[in-house]
Write a protein that binds this ligand. Structure first.
Ligand code: NAP
Ligand code: MG
Length: 502
């Protein structure tokens, strides 16, 4: 055990995990990368190396896709009954809960998020996704269709549809909710009967590897899920380019989403995309400000602003604007920054030095263009990648901080006077369309605004409310398709129509 690990305040099971070799899961076996290469996992609160993981690339992707193809076509998986598949998926959820503390520690250490958040959000929600999806294994069905076929008069047919798994799926996930994003991807793929090659994010590979062990413990047949750690430009790109992958499911930036669409065009792979956002959060003059102000702070500062759904553009009615700005700034000042594993920490570091520097770049651009920070405004120097919770005012719609996704704890507050013209136009004036928030006591106004907002999710008098049963995804450049709910099953299904002449 190395010196860094000695002063980590984590459980013996987490230490034991950190000390095991971090290999690739291919065809039910853990193996080093074909190249033998590894790369470092960094604790973003200290900048120190936690351990090394295998650097998978094209050759490993080839092996993993072969294993996934083999598991899809033969062996126990394709002949397993829906009930058996459902029970197995349920067991994965149970095992995640059984390892809750260890998974929360791993996630906190790797990503930087507070342990207490990982305990109540990331890990239980990941388990819930498997529990929820387990039920669909026995409930997806086709239909019998009464057909007429005008050009064969007098002939009768029996027609029905079969929902079939799309096949071998390549899944690529980001670093903001590593375990939860793996669950959002794996659970629906498994319930529909697909097999998977999962490429986890290079910044946060650890919980995906621990999940791989749990999948084995649950009894998932070899090769059904293969897990590759490595870089997007090599392993990720090889997965997207692979001729024997039927579908890519991606969560990440809009920029990489576009690269994936281009790369998938050569063989018209199915593609689903969950991408970035620049979500408007709207406080009307009749809102209960005691609820709306902490709600607006949480909408941006939860997970350090590293949420695709973050309420990063805060629109407040001019009559309450000053109070809202002062209130959210007050909340921001109270947030205690620190190591994710420290029980007092309310906000951890950015996930990486690159992300810290990216956010700093936006803060500098905002300042250059004339925005003013009423609180925060600085990315700290040094080994931990901390950014101060920041509230910007005096912005204009053309500024970079208003147009682009910052993916950090930075909110821009913007006053508005008239609802329809000014507010709706500005709220929808973005290439994104992932989420939106409305705070008001007037529910009829809330319904009419919700209908006008071009976003896949609208929260009223709440924010960042997620549930396995609720579809989540984006309009416009926030993506294609939906995660969760029954809607996600379409991402992993081909519908076959069978017609029999009687
Ligand atoms: P990213 O840079 O797009 O990376 C996401 C994943 O794609 C990583 O696994 C990455 O690998 C991989 N990748 C990078 N380049 C690739 C390529 N050329 N081909 C194939 N794969 C490639 O995004 P990020 O910075 O990790 O995550 C933040 C973004 O995710 C934000 O824009 C956020 O809004 C979005 N997000 C969206 C949702 C949603 O549900 N809509 C949820 C969470 C996050 P490496 O890790 O090796 O770079
Ligand atoms: Mg990268």
């Amino acid at each position: 055990m190395n010196a860094v690990r000695n002063d980590l305040n984590v459980s013996p099971s987490t230490l034991a995990f950190l000390d095991r070799p971090k290999h690739l899961l291919i065809g039910g076996r853990w193996m080093p990368a074909a190249s033998g290469k590894t790369f470092a996992v960094i604790d973003p609160a200290t900048g120190r190396e936690v351990c090394q993981v295998a650097e998978g690339d094209k050759e490993d992707i080839d092996r993993a896709v072969t294993a996934a193809r083999c598991a899809f076509e033969s062996g126990p998986w394709p002949t397993m009954t829906p009930a058996e598949r459902g029970k197995l998926i349920w067991r994965i959820g149970d095992l995640i809960l059984g390892h809750l503390e260890e998974l929360a520690e791993i996630e906190s250490l790797d990503n930087g998020k507070p342990l207490r958040v990982a305990r109540v959000a990331d890990v239980p929600l990941a388990a819930d996704m498997f529990h929820y999806m387990a039920g669909w294994a026995t409930k997806r069905h086709g239909a019998t269709l009464p057909i007429s076929v005008l050009y064969t008069p007098g002939v009768q047919y029996h027609s029905y549809t079969r929902p079939e798994p799309v096949g071998v799926v390549g899944q690529i996930i980001p670093w903001n909710f590593p375990l939860l994003m793996a669950a959002w991807k794996l659970a629906p793929a498994l319930t529909t009967g697909c097999t998977v090659v999962l490429k986890v994010a290079e910044e946060t590979p650890l919980s995906g590897l621990r999940l791989g062990e749990i999948l084995q413990e649950a009894g998932l047949p070899d090769g059904v899920v293969n897990i590759i750690t490595g870089f997007g430009e090599t392993a990720g790109a090889a997965l997207v380019a692979h001729r024997d992958v039927d579908k890519i499911a991606f969560t990440g930036s809009t920029e990489v989403g576009k690269l994936i669409v281009k790369a998938a065009a050569h063989d018209l792979k199915r593609v689903s995309l969950e991408l970035g956002g620049k979500s408007p959060n709207i406080i009307l003059k009749d809102a209960d400000l005691d609820v709306a102000i902490p709600g607006a702070a949480n909408a941006i500062f939860f997970n350090h602003g590293q949420c695709c759904s973050a309420g990063s553009r805060l629109y407040a009615d001019a009559s309450v604007y000053d109070k809202v700005v002062a209130g959210v700034a007050e909340q921001a000042k109270k947030i205690k920054l620190g190591h994710g594993l420290d029980p007092d920490t309310q906000m951890g570091p950015m996930v990486s030095e690159i992300q810290r520097n990216r956010v700093r770049g936006y803060l500098e651009a905002g300042e250059r263009e004339g925005a003013r920070a009423v609180t925060g405004g600085k990315a700290r120097e040094g080994a931990g990648y901390f950014v101060e919770p920041t509230v910007l005012v005096d912005t204009t719609p053309d500024m970079q901080v208003i147009r682009e996704e910052i993916f950090g704890p930075v909110v821009a507050a913007i006053p508005f006077k008239t609802l329809d013209d000014e507010l709706i136009r500005q709220a929808n004036a973005t290439v994104y369309g992932l989420a939106a928030g409305i705070w008001t006591r007037d529910l009829s106004r809330a319904h009419s605004l919700a209908a006008k907002l071009k976003a896949g999710t609208v929260w009223v008098n709440c924010y960042n409310i997620f549930d396995s049963a609720l579809p989540f995804g984006g309009y416009k450049q926030s993506g294609w398709g939906r995660e969760m709910g029954d809607a996600v099953l379409d991402n992993y299904t081909e519908t076959k129509a069978v017609t029999i002449r009687l």
